[in-house]
Design a protein around this ligand. Structure first.
Ligand code: FES
Length: 153
């Protein structure tokens, strides 16, 4: 079995791995690093539950082979809170009650963090468009958009 060496910086900590070339970034995060905040919903790129930030851009980690991210900086939901303070998006999701079961929430927040990183305001319609790849089976979409709007405006 051929394994390939890669290194990744995850939430500010550098890690070295020897992994099979078919391991997804999602499985690497969950199974090798026990960062289970990143969720596996569809495992097919359709639900957004697995969204993380790679070099500041959001991606579906279930569609990304870990070996293709050698040298990248990855931020997961566990890396957003800093020094015991919730990330503003996390606080806004709580404030706006922007979830019910919570399964999609890490992906929603990481996706919104990608939008926030663009550094400018967005209309409600632009927020909804940006977030359209993150499904919520509980239908909390209005509250999710409210929370993101609070932070982006
Ligand atoms: Fe990756 Fe659904 S688990 S998009």
């Amino acid at each position: 079995q051929s394994r390939l060496p890669i290194s990744l910086t995850v939430n500010g900590t550098q890690h070295a791995f020897e992994i099979e070339p078919w391991v997804t970034l999602l499985d690497l995060l969950r199974e090798r690093l026990a960062l289970t905040g990143t969720k596996k919903g569809c495992d097919q790129g359709q639900c957004g539950a697995c969204t993380v930030l790679v070099d500041g851009q959001r991606i579906n980690s279930c569609l990304s082979l870990a070996v293709s991210r050698d040298g990248a900086e990855v931020t997961t939901i566990e890396g957003l809170a800093q020094e015991g303070e919730l990330h503003p998006l996390q606080a806004a999701f709580i404030e706006r009650d922007a979830f019910q079961c919570g399964y999609c929430t890490p992906g929603q927040i990481c996706s919104a963090a990608g939008l926030l990183a663009e550094g400018h305001t967005h209309t409600r319609a632009e927020i909804r468009e940006h977030m359209s790849g993150n499904l919520c089976r509980c239908g909390a979409y209005t509250n999710i958009a409210d929370a993101i709007e609070d932070v982006l405006q």
